[in-house]
Design a protein around this ligand. Structure first.
Ligand code: FNR
Length: 187
């Protein structure tokens, strides 16, 4: 069965390499995974005062997370960590107190930069935050993409070796989702 994955891209810019990567990964991951980008650019800056009457964008965002089988974070690296936009979305998903949308959702992180670091620093920091909100994360394979002009061809991953790695990642993430969806115990 195809698992439905909510994809959060941590960059808001139109030409984002992370968004392009997420779109290419969505093509490659079918039919094991149905990757759907959940927009975060219209979320207001998190403010506890807004919780009593949350804006429509927040209600929509939480619903999309809750109705997905799993969550994929596609992170850029800004100043050696993940973006403020992504942290803001995490905040909204975690509130109001007692109504967090995250716990127990199987998750994974991938990311792309223009530099050779490939989001290693950002992913390391994001992992500790994601652990805190109760998302069990896929341990590997880790995906750190140094995005170059020839990374994509016609919207698809051009390099065969990287495609093979992503195919393996897809199978492992689908397996991870399947295991965590199975009932823990039943009579
Ligand atoms: C960057 N960039 C960057 N790259 C990196 O490898 N490590 C870093 O710490 C940073 N820091 C950083 C800060 C800020 C504010 C910006 C705007 C950029 C470069 C970054 O990898 C590049 O701009 C990517 O294109 C960002 O991803 P998106 O927005 O294209 O998805």
């Amino acid at each position: 069965m195809t698992a439905k994955v909510a994809v959060i891209v941590g960059s808001l810019r139109k030409g984002s390499v992370n968004r392009q990567f997420a779109q290419a990964l969505a093509k490659l991951a079918r039919p094991k995974l149905d990757l759907q980008i959940v927009e975060i650019g219209d979320l207001p800056l998190y403010n506890e005062d807004l919780e009593a009457e949350p804006p429509a964008s927040v209600v929509r965002f939480k619903h999309q997370i809750e109705s997905a089988d799993a969550v994929l974070f596609v992170t850029p690296e800004y100043n050696r960590t993940f973006s403020g936009a992504l942290k803001n979305a995490i905040e909204w998903g975690s509130r109001p107190w007692g109504k967090t949308s995250w716990p127990g959702k199987p998750g994974a992180i991938v990311g792309a930069t223009l530099g050779t670091v490939g989001t290693a620093a950002a992913q390391s920091q994001l992992r500790s935050v994601i652990a805190h909100i109760g998302i069990p994360l896929l341990a590997g394979p880790e995906i750190y993409l140094n995005f170059r002009p020839d990374t994509l061809k016609d919207g698809e991953i051009a390099d065969e070796g990287f495609r093979t790695l992503l195919t393996d990642w897809t199978a492992k993430f689908a397996d991870w989702i399947g295991r965590l969806k199975a009932p823990a115990f039943s009579f």
